[in-house]
Design a protein around this ligand. Sequence first.
Ligand code: AMP
Length: 543
Amino acid sequence: MRGLMMNQPLSITSLIRYAAQYHANTEIVSRTVEGSIHRYNYGAAYARIRQLAHALGELGVAPGDRIATLAWNGYRHFELYFAISGVGAVCHTVNPRLFPPQIEYILNHAEDKYVFADLTFIPLLEQLAPRLKAKGYVVMTERERMPTATLPNLICYEELIADRPTTYDWPMLDEWTASSLCYTSGTTGNPKGVLYSHRSTILHTFSINQADSLALTARDSVMPVVPLFHVNAWGIPYAATMAGSKLVFPGPHLDPVSLYDLIEQEQVTMTAGVPTIWLKLLEYLDQTGKRFSSLERLLSGGSAVPISMISAFEEKHGTRVCHAWGMTELSPVGTCGTFKAAQLKLPDEVRYRYQASQGRAVFGVELKIVDVNGDELPHDGRAFGDLLVRGPWVTSAYFENEEATKAAFDSDGWFRTGDVVSIDPEGWVRIVDRTKDLIKSGGEWISSIDLENAAVGHPDVLEAAAIAIPHPTWQERPLLIVVAKPGARLNREEMLGYLRTKVASWWVPDDVVFVPELPHTATGKLLKSKLREQFRDYKLKSA
Ligand code: AMP
């Protein structure tokens, strides 16, 4: 027997419609590419989104067409999210920090019909355009700032939407309709496309807005530092519209001074981004003695969070750190260390350990760990193996990529994450490593992530990476590569002495190298493949 409830498809349009109806005066604040502040509200944004929907129709955008964006976090990018998906097309956010040949590959693989771009990226597009399939390019600016670029079919965003009706008859889309597309920033091989649907997006939005997850409310002022081109800014534009939260977009200005000023000026209560951003911000606060007056909580994800970062935010600034794990393939949130973990009545040391773990599965995402034969391992907090997941907002295939799809799923359809984790009996997940980053010493595994986190706990360390170096006796031994804080006088002996008090003796790296900076991927993760290449011939002192 079927239930008798309405068949109302889940749709992204319903989010902005709701925000405009019930939170019309709630502000959306953007720092523009030029540095000025733009302010409007959900009511005004929705009017422009409907004008943009008309404009897309006039450009000949049809259901299913992919429309690319190359843009920072700002109000026009936000408008594109809702207008493109709302008309039944696919909002394809492209990461402009990728290498140009990768961007070219992505735009052509997705067969993007139009590219909407911030002024910053016009020179890049001019370089690529002769080899791109796109029909035209829209510059996300006003008439006066239009560049004299050589791009074919160059259109001004403000002119495109000006004078169009502010009402629009949205199509009733099947909830399985594709809504957005994001390519993973893999460190090897060509990027792979993950194609989200209206249904997966809305279910993910409900999930991340639960009380023990992001928990956005209409009283929050939310600043996604995580880019709109990285897994839909972790779903925050959708979660904020569902909750009616004020949105604050930092544009391209992600340095600590700009972020701190914006947080204070807009009384941001919640922000989200990768640990590198927060470590730099902490350093700035330490140097200047500045404190937050409004920032209650901070979501950190994308890479492991060192305990020292969690304790510094809490103890010095009263800001609770929530640590989440996710992937482009998971929309992205899979596990979340609840903000409440920060309030657990446990000794700080124990509590911080929970917070530094990757948290527990959010409702809807199932987890299992398997050994090399694919046999399931117990959730006892000790066994670790490959993490596989499934759920309604986990990808079921890569976009137009059979080969990658074949490799990514087990015979029961679970998605292989490529992360190696342990799960304790209460469900707390701890990432041991990426499969390929583990260090195998004398037949035992050393977690490069744990070593890096321990190293960053030293007050003079800004960032650290641990990689495996071949060793005649032990197969592999860890090399620690460190970026010291400016002015610090840290040396090899002191670093190793410190680590001897933090990790098992056989984990202590065999060597330490100091470098001015570490290579990162386009989404801010350590680029271990580059480090491995750079240190391929490195001779460990112990070898
Ligand atoms: P991406 O698809 O670019 O978001 O990258 C996903 C990968 O980032 C995951 O498979 C993990 O290896 C890593 N990652 C994401 N969140 C965390 C986290 N909280 N701690 C450690 N690694 C993480």
